[in-house]
Design a protein around this ligand. Structure first.
Ligand code: FES
Ligand code: FES
Length: 908
C-alpha cells in the first residue's frame, strides 16, 4: 500500500510503485482532471502539485509519492466555488478546449504559492512546461496576473447577449476537471483496444496463426483484421472511399493499422511487437511529388493511375493580356511541409452495444459524418448508430476524420462488451492527418499605377496515402490564390497528389495558409519593385464591395480588408520607425516589420452545407438549445446560446445546452471551414425566432412583447399588460419532454463552380491583415517575434473575448508554421521532437476587431476560426525580409535556413 495525501484527504493505493502517478490518479482514483497528452514529460497536461511544486504526473512513479502531498485540479475549488485562480481563468477566457487547463492551473497554483504577486516573466517561466494549442497563451498569462482582481459579473439582460464578452457557459467544468474528454469516461467493464500499425511506408504483409498469441496472452480476448470489417473502405467524400479501416495485404503509409488486439488493457499492452505473427515485405515507397508523378511510378490507388487524386482549375480573363499590360512582374516557388495538428488530447473514446444499436462516445468535430461513416463500415442503417461527442480537446480539422470510432464500434458489436481506446501520442502523430505539404509556383503582375493585372498560380499538394480532404484543398485554393485582391486576369491550377505519407487532411485553412505565403511574398516583391509601401500597395489592391473575385463573384457587402489595413496604418508607421531606429545601432540583432493579408470563404466550397437547430421549452419553463454544432474549444456552445437568447428575447443564462448527440440534436454540419458562427448561428437565430413567434401567437401579443420565463409558465408583457402561457397543461412533443419547440435551418446561398472555376463558392468571406515585428539574430539565424497587431473583419463579434481568443490561438499556430513546425514521418512523432510554440514564443498581441456587418450573417457575424491563422506566417516572413533582406520561400524559417539564406545573401 502506498499512502499519501490527495487534495486534503489521506488515501492509500494498492498498486505497483512503478505505476505512473497520472495513471493512478485517473484510472485507480477516478480523478480525470489530470490529463495525459504525451505520457513522456513533454506537454505538461498532467501537471499536479507534489508538496506544493509542479511536477508532471506521467513521469512520477507512485512509489515516489508515499507520505507526500498531492493536489490536482479537483482540489482547487472548495464547496463548488471556484478558486480565485479558476475564476480568473473563466473571466479572461483562458480556457478554450480545456484539455491543457488543469495542467495550466496547477503550474500557476505552484507559482502563486511561492510568489503571490508575480510579474509577466515569472508567469511565463512557471507556465513554460505546459503546452496549449488553442489559446496562444496570452489570456492565460493575463488570467494568472489578474488573480484576485474580481469575480465574473457580466450576465447580460434579454436582448443584450450578442456582442457581450460573456464567460463560456461551459467554462466552469473545464476548470474543475468535471468536463469529460474522450479518455475520461467509460463503462467499468470496458475492454481495451490496441491497434498494430505498420512500421513501413509501403509494404505487403501476411499474418500467421493467432493461436499461439492467444495461448500466451490469455487476456487477449480477440483479434480484428480486415476480414472482420464488413465494408472496409471509408472516406469523407461520398464518391471516394479509398481508406481501409484495417489494411488488407498491403500498407500505404507508416502508421497504417493492420490489426486490432482487444482485451484486458494490461495484457494487450504487454504484447511485444515481435510476438505478433506478421511478416512484412517492405517496398520502395513513393515519398515526393516528383516520384509520385514520374512515369512508371508505383500506383497507390487503381482508380488514379497517375497518382493525382484531384485537380482544381480557375480561369478569369486572359492572363496573357494581364502580363502584357504589366509594369512589374514577380514570381517565385514556395514550399511548405507537413504540419501536425498537435491537439493536446489524443484521439479517444469508447463504444458500447445497446440492443441492436451502437453508441460511440468519442472526441470528434463531426458527429453526423461519424455516424454515417460508421454505419457504412458496419453495414448498418445510420439510425442504429448514436454518436455522443465527448468534450473535444482540440481538433483544428484533425478530428474531422474517423480515428477510434470504427474499430471500437466493431469490437463492441462483436463482443457485446464496451470497448475503449486512447491513441498514444506517437500513434496520434503517426496515424492521423496533417496539413498538406505544398509546392507552389506563382507569378503576379501590376501596372504602372500599382494595380494588379494578372496572377498565375500552380499548386501541388501532397495528399499522402489517402484522399481525406485532398479534393477540398484542390478546390478551395484556386478561389483564394490571388489573395484578397481584385485581379482582372487569373489562371490557377492545383493538384492533390498521392504519396506513401500519412494522409493530409483538414487543418485550419484547407490549403489557404500555404497559398497566402506565396501571394503575400509576391505582393512584397511587387511593392518593392514599384517603390511602394507594402501596406499601401495592398490597400490599393484590396478587394472591395462591388469588385469581382477570381471566381467571378461580385462582392455585395462586408468586405473589410481596406478597413483592416486602415486600422493597421498607425501601428505600421510606428513599428517601422522603431525598427529603423533600432537598426541604426550596430550589432547582431536586426529588427523588421512585415504585413500579411488574407481572405477566407466561410463554409464549404460551392456545396450545400446546412445547419439545423432546435430550441425546446419544457413544462417547467426551462429552455434547451439542441445544438449539433460541436464545440471544439472555439466557444460555439456559448455563442449559439447568445444568438438564440437574443432571437428569443430571454437572458442567455436561461438557456441550457445539449451538444452534438446525434440522438438529441439535428445535424448542424461539421465544425470546420469557419462555418459555425455564420451557418449554425443563423440556424440558432431562426430557432429562437420560431419559438418566440409560437409564444407570441399563443399569447396573442405583438412583436414587441417582452418574455419572462417562470416556473411552468411564460409571461408576455406588452403595453403594461401581462399574458401568461401555462406550460404545465401542454403535451410533450417528443422524448425530451419539451412542450414547445422552435426550429431553425440555414444553408448558405452558393452556386457550383463551372469548368473554369466561375461561380459563387461562398456566401461570405472573412478578411484580415496582420502586422508582425521581429528581431533576427544574424549570427545564429534565430527569429524572435516581438509583437503582432491583428486586424480582422469578422462581420460582427458575437462574443469579442472569444474572437480575441481565436485570433491569439491562430497567431500561435501561424507562428509555428512560420518558424518551427515541420512533421517528418518516422522522425518527429512525439512532442519532444516536434516543436510547437510555448508561452515564451508567443509575443504581445494587439487586436483590432473590424465589424463590417454581413447582411446574411446572424446579427452580421461571419467567422474567425481559420482567418486567425492565415496572415501570420506571411507577416513574419515579410518582417524577416525587412530586417535582413532575405526572401524566404520555404517554411519553417528555422535558424539553419535563415542562416543559410543570410550566407547566400552575403555571398551575392
Ligand atoms: S502527459 Fe505528462 S507531460 Fe505530457
Ligand atoms: S485550451 Fe489549451 S490546449 Fe486547448
Amino acid at each position: 500500500m502506498i499512502a499519501f495525501r490527495l487534495n486534503g484527504s489521506e488515501v492509500a493505493l494498492d498498486a505497483p510503485p512503478i505505476r505512473r502517478l497520472a495513471d493512478a490518479l485517473r484510472e485507480d482514483l477516478g480523478l480525470t482532471a489530470t490529463k495525459i497528452g504525451c505520457n513522456a514529460g513533454d506537454c505538461g497536461a498532467c501537471t499536479v502539485l507534489l508538496d506544493g511544486k509542479q511536477v508532471c504526473a506521467c513521469i512520477v512513479a507512485l512509489g515516489q509519492v508515499g507520505g507526500r502531498d498531492i493536489v490536482t485540479a479537483e482540489g482547487l475549488a472548495t464547496g463548488g466555488i471556484l478558486s480565485d485562480l479558476q475564476e480568473s481563468f473563466l473571466r479572461h477566457g483562458a480556457a478554450q478546449c480545456g484539455i491543457c487547463t488543469p495542467g495550466m492551473l496547477m503550474a500557476a497554483a505552484s507559482l502563486l504559492r511561492h510568489n503571490p504577486r508575480p510579474g509577466p516573466e515569472d508567469v511565463e517561466d512557471a507556465l513554460g512546461g505546459v503546452l496549449c494549442r488553442c489559446t496562444g497563451y496570452r489570456k492565460i498569462v493575463e488570467a494568472v496576473l489578474a488573480v484576485g482582481s474580481g469575480r465574473q459579473a457580466i450576465s447580460p439582460l434579454s436582448g443584450a447577449a450578442v456582442g457581450a464578452s460573456i464567460a463560456k457557459l461551459d467554462g466552469a467544468a473545464k476548470l474543475t476537471g468535471a468536463e469529460k474528454f474522450g479518455a475520461d469516461s467509460y463503462p467499468a467493464d470496458s475492454l481495451w483496444l490496441r491497434a498494430v500499425r505498420s512500421p513501413h511506408a509501403s509494404a505487403t504483409f501476411a499474418f500467421g496463426s493467432f493461436d499461439e498469441l492467444k495461448r500466451r496472452h490469455p487476456g487477449l480476448a480477440f483479434v480484428l483484421t480486415a476480414a472482420d470489417v464488413p465494408n472496409n473502405a471509408y472516406g469523407v467524400y461520398p464518391n471516394i472511399k479509398d481508406q481501409p479501416v484495417l489494411a488488407e495485404s498491403h500498407v500505404r503509409y507508416r502508421g497504417e493499422a493492420v490489426m486490432a488486439l482487444v482485451g484486458d488493457q494490461a495484457a494487450i499492452e504487454a504484447i511485444a511487437e515481435e510476438d505478433l505473427p506478421i511478416q512484412w515485405h517492405p517496398r520502395e515507397p513513393v515519398l515526393a511529388i516528383e516520384a509520385s508523378l514520374a512515369s512508371g511510378a508505383p500506383v497507390l490507388h487503381r482508380l488514379c493511375p497517375d497518382n493525382v487524386l484531384a485537380r482544381g482549375f480557375l480561369k478569369k480573363g486572359d492572363t496573357a493580356t494581364g502580363f502584357a499590360e504589366a509594369r512589374a512582374t514577380a514570381s517565385g516557388r514556395f514550399e511548405t511541409p507537413f504540419v501536425e495538428h498537435a491537439y493536446l488530447e489524443p484521439e479517444a473514446g469508447y463504444a458500447r452495444r445497446v440492443g441492436e444499436r451502437i453508441e460511440i462516445f468519442a472526441s470528434t468535430q463531426t458527429p453526423y459524418m461519424d455516424r454515417d461513416e460508421v454505419a457504412l463500415i458496419l453495414g448498418m442503417d445510420a439510425s442504429r448508430i448514436r454518436i455522443v461527442p465527448s468534450a473535444c480537446g482540440g481538433g483544428f480539422g484533425g478530428k474531422l476524420d474517423l480515428s477510434v470510432q470504427p474499430l471500437i464500434a466493431l469490437a463492441a458489436w462483436k463482443s457485446d462488451r464496451p470497448v475503449r481506446w486512447t491513441y498514444t501520442r506517437p500513434e496520434s502523430m503517426q496515424a492521423t492527418t496533417k496539413r498538406h505539404p505544398a509546392r507552389i509556383e506563382a507569378r503576379f503582375a501590376c501596372d504602372g499605377a500599382g494595380k494588379l493585372t494578372a496572377v498565375e498560380f500552380a499548386g501541388d499538394f501532397i495528399t499522402g496515402a489517402y484522399a481525406s480532404w485532398g479534393p477540398t484543398v484542390a478546390n478551395r485554393v484556386p478561389v483564394h490564390a490571388t489573395g484578397p485582391y481584385a485581379v482582372p486576369h487569373v489562371v490557377v491550377s492545383t493538384r492533390a497528389i498521392y504519396t506513401n505519407d500519412p494522409p493530409s487532411g483538414a487543418f485550419r485553412g484547407f490549403g489557404v495558409p500555404q497559398a497566402a505565403i506565396a501571394h503575400e511574398t509576391l505582393m512584397d516583391d511587387l511593392a518593392e519593385q514599384m517603390g511602394m509601401d507594402p501596406l499601401e500597395f495592398r490597400h490599393r489592391n484590396a478587394i472591395r464591395v462591388g469588385d469581382a473575385t477570381a471566381s467571378g463573384q461580385r462582392l455585395v457587402a462586408s468586405a473589410g480588408l481596406a478597413q483592416c489595413l486602415d486600422s493597421l496604418r498607425p501601428h505600421w508607421r510606428r513599428a517601422q520607425t522603431a525598427a529603423d531606429a533600432a537598426n541604426r545601432q550596430a550589432g547582431i540583432s536586426r529588427r523588421g516589420v512585415g504585413i500579411g493579408c488574407m481572405w477566407y470563404g466561410i463554409g464549404n466550397t460551392s456545396m450545400s452545407n446546412p445547419a439545423a437547430m432546435q430550441v425546446g421549452l419544457g413544462r417547467d419553463g426551462g429552455l434547451t438549445l439542441y445544438n449539433g454544432a460541436v464545440d471544439i474549444g472555439q466557444g460555439s456552445n456559448t455563442i449559439m446560446a447568445q444568438i438564440c437568447a437574443d432571437a428569443l428575447g430571454v437572458p442567455v443564462s436561461a438557456i441550457g445546452i445539449v451538444m452534438g448527440d446525434t440522438d438529441r440534436t439535428l445535424d448542424a454540419g461539421k465544425t470546420s471551414a469557419s462555418r459555425q458562427a455564420f451557418i449554425s448561428g443563423n440556424a440558432a437565430k431562426a430557432a429562437g425566432e420560431d419559438l418566440r413567434a409560437k409564444l407570441l401567437r399563443l399569447a396573442n401579443v405583438g412583436e414587441g412583447a417582452i418574455l419572462e420565463l417562470a416556473a411552468g409558465e411564460v409571461i408576455l408583457r406588452e403595453s403594461g399588460r401581462a399574458t401568461s402561457v401555462d406550460l404545465t397543461r401542454m403535451e410533450p412533443l417528443g422524448p425530451e419532454g419539451d412542450v414547445l419547440i422552435g426550429q431553425g435551418y440555414f444553408d448558405p446561398p452558393t452556386t457550383p463552380l463551372d469548368a473554369e472555376g466561375q461561380g459563387i463558392p461562398y456566401a461570405t468571406y472573412g478578411f484580415a491583415a496582420q502586422m508582425a515585428e521581429v528581431e533576427v539574430d544574424v549570427e545564429l539565424g534565430r527569429v524572435k517575434v516581438r509583437r503582432i497587431v491583428a486586424a480582422h473583419d469578422v462581420g460582427r463579434a458575437i462574443n469579442p473575448q472569444q474572437v480575441e481568443g481565436q485570433i491569439h490561438g491562430g497567431i500561435a499556430q501561424g507562428l509555428g508554421l512560420a518558424l518551427m513546425e515541420e512533421y517528418l514521418p518516422g522522425r518527429s512523432e512525439n512532442l519532444h521532437d516536434y516543436l510547437i510554440p510555448t508561452v515564451g514564443d508567443v509575443p504581445e498581441i494587439e487586436i483590432v476587431i473590424v465589424e463590417d456587418g454581413e447582411p446574411l450573417g446572424p446579427y452580421g457575424a461571419k467567422g474567425i476560426g481559420e482567418p486567425a491563422l492565415i496572415p501570420t506566417a506571411p507577416a513574419i516572413l515579410g518582417a524577416i525580409r525587412h530586417a535582413t533582406g532575405i526572401r524566404l520561400t520555404r517554411v519553417p524559417a528555422t535558424p539553419d535556413r535563415v542562416l543559410a539564406a543570410l550566407q547566400r545573401k552575403a555571398a551575392e
